[in-house]
Design a protein around this ligand. Structure first.
Ligand code: SF4
Ligand code: SF4
Length: 201
């Protein structure tokens, strides 16, 4: 059974894929940000509009030259505007990552008392989840590169449990409730199939 919420197919792997209980950049140094991220064109424009603010939250490991913040714009249907641009890599990390592993975009929003995700690209908020070809799924290729959250000994939870706030933010309360119902329905079906298999053995 395929479930669609807010126009996206839900990949049930998000319910069970093992993960750390919580992101903690004091442990992982924010290594998922070392490779940059794809931003929607609208997000890129918003960040450039806020350039003076963002620069206040950058340190000497980052560039204040906004011409070096984004790659070339590309077409991509997985983005709301239909276009995206990658953030550039500077000093072996996303241009917006400071030397302590914190995102300057998030620091700016928090310091102003705003929602911490106000200036952050959606794909940064969602990782290790990703939208790929119309499906909400896991970014297994990127997860593979991680040294903390990809280690079995640290994976005492699931992506779904660890990312509840992010999923709720993304899908909204109604969408999140629908997802919880689908999760219960999905696991009930799995249990029934296992039972059926045991009976037939
Ligand atoms: S996804 Fe992994 S690397 Fe990125 S902040 Fe969370 S724990 Fe750290
Ligand atoms: S924009 Fe911020 S959260 Fe996103 S990859 Fe860059 S440093 Fe990380």
């Amino acid at each position: 059974m395929q479930k669609v919420i807010n126009g996206l197919i839900i990949d049930p792997i998000i319910f069970s894929y093992p993960f750390v209980p919580k992101c903690d950049v004091c442990i992982c140094s924010g290594e998922c940000c070392w490779y940059g991220v794809y931003t929607d064109l609208k997000e890129m424009e918003m960040i450039l509009d806020k350039r003076d603010l963002v620069k206040k939250y950058m340190d000497d490991s980052q560039t204040l030259d906004e011409a070096k913040w984004f790659e070339t714009i590309e077409e991509d249907k997985d983005f709301e505007s239909g276009y995206c641009a990658g953030t550039e890599i500077y000093n072996n990390k996303c241009v917006f990552l400071d030397k302590n592993g914190f995102c300057s975009l998030q620091k700016a929003a928090m310091d102003l008392g705003e929602d911490k995700w106000n200036y952050k690209p959606l794909y940064c908020i969602l990782f290790p989840l990703v939208i790929f070809e119309g499906k909400l799924t896991i970014d297994d290729e990127h997860i593979e590169r991680m040294h903390y959250c990809n280690k079995a000994k640290n994976q005492t939870s699931t992506i779904f449990e660890a990312m509840k706030d992010e999923i709720r933010h993304f899908l909204g309360e109604e969408g999140y409730k629908e997802l919880l119902d689908y999760k219960n329905e999905y696991f009930n079906n799995v249990k029934m199939e296992v039972l059926d298999y045991e009976i037939k053995k």
